[in-house]
Design a protein. Structure first.
Length: 316
């Protein structure tokens, strides 16, 4: 409320005016027009001031309402600030937890990377070791293949000059071994070495066994067929006796024919005894085994070589 709208203010003004008028009454003559104006002022002014006083409560209400709205807005802003602060703190906490999880994941990843690096280092070392072993194995295979090639060639000649037992199959096997041993591919040479050792093992098994079987024999260049009992005495010799006992043949060990039919009487008797023992038609007994002259000469040569090299004596 303004100062000029207060009734006490105007009363004070009227009092001061009256006092000043009384003091100056002797020196100043009162004029009727002036007095009339003053009366009009005092009479008219209070009602105007009263009207302003009547409007004062409405203005206070509006001000109070505005103040209330401002307080409510401030309170709402404060609540919103608190909510945003709580949300911010929650978000920061969640981010920190995510950072911790990521840090744990990073540590695990680093550990896994180190582990894989160690494995990779071990694999590289193993690869280098395998390379060295491979080079050593290749050198060994090459050296062994060169050494075995000569022995395989002699084995092929022995099979060609040996008994007819599975001769074509054995020649094919040892021939393939000789061919592969001369190959430039080390893997082929390695396979050939394995095949050669398997072939030698089978030859040793045959050399230490006796076999009896029934099978037809082609004679006269394939013009005549005779049903026979055949006997293999290791790899030393092979013979047959016809089922009727009339025809007897020994392994010829020749390229033009497989069988030698010119067998003397004493040798025929020995062969029949061997056949009867194998067929269990007579008790076992010691029977001289027919040995081809080439085998005898080869055995004598081997004994002579052993004696000259100091590996044996005549008494052996």
């Amino acid at each position: 409320m303004t100062r000029h709208g207060c009734p006490s203010f105007w009363r004070g003004v009227a009092q001061r005016t009256n006092r000043r008028r009384r003091e100056n009454v002797g020196s100043v003559k009162a004029r009727p027009a002036t007095a009339l104006v003053l009366c009009l002022v005092f009479c008219v002014a209070p009602p105007a001031f009263g009207q302003e006083n009547q409007d004062e409560p409405d203005g206070g209400k509006q001000l109070a309402h505005k103040i209330h709205e401002t307080v409510e807005a401030i309170h709402a802003v404060r609540l919103e600030r608190l909510r945003l602060q709580e949300q911010h703190e929650s978000n920061v906490g969640e981010i920190e937890r995510q950072i911790e999880r990521l840090r744990d994941d990073l540590e695990k990843t680093d550990a896994a990377v180190r582990e894989e690096a160690e494995k990779l280092h071990a694999v590289k070392a193993q690869v280098e070791q395998d390379k060295r072993a491979k080079r050593a194995a290749e050198l060994l295979v090459s050296q062994v293949a060169a050494s075995v090639l000569d022995a395989a060639g002699r084995m092929a000649k022995r099979v060609s000059a040996g008994i007819p037992y599975r001769k074509a199959q054995r020649q094919e096997q040892i021939g393939r071994v000789v061919e592969e041993l001369g190959d430039s591919d080390l893997l082929v040479q390695a396979d050939a070495l394995t095949d050669y050792f398997s072939f030698c093992a089978e030859e040793l098994r045959l050399a230490g066994s006796v076999h009896l079987w029934n099978e037809p024999v082609l004679l006269d260049g394939g013009k005549r067929q005779t049903h026979t009992y055949q006997v293999r005495l290791g790899l030393v010799n092979q013979f047959f006796v016809s089922e009727d006992g009339e025809t007897v043949g020994l392994a010829a060990r020749r390229t033009d024919r497989e069988w030698d039919l010119q067998v003397d009487r004493s040798r025929r008797r020995q062969l029949r005894v061997i056949l009867d023992v194998l067929q269990q038609r007579r008790p076992p007994e010691i029977v001289p085994v027919p040995c081809p002259a080439s085998a005898v000469r080869r055995a004598a040569k081997n004994a002579s070589d052993d004696q000259s090299s100091g590996r044996g004596t005549p008494e052996d």
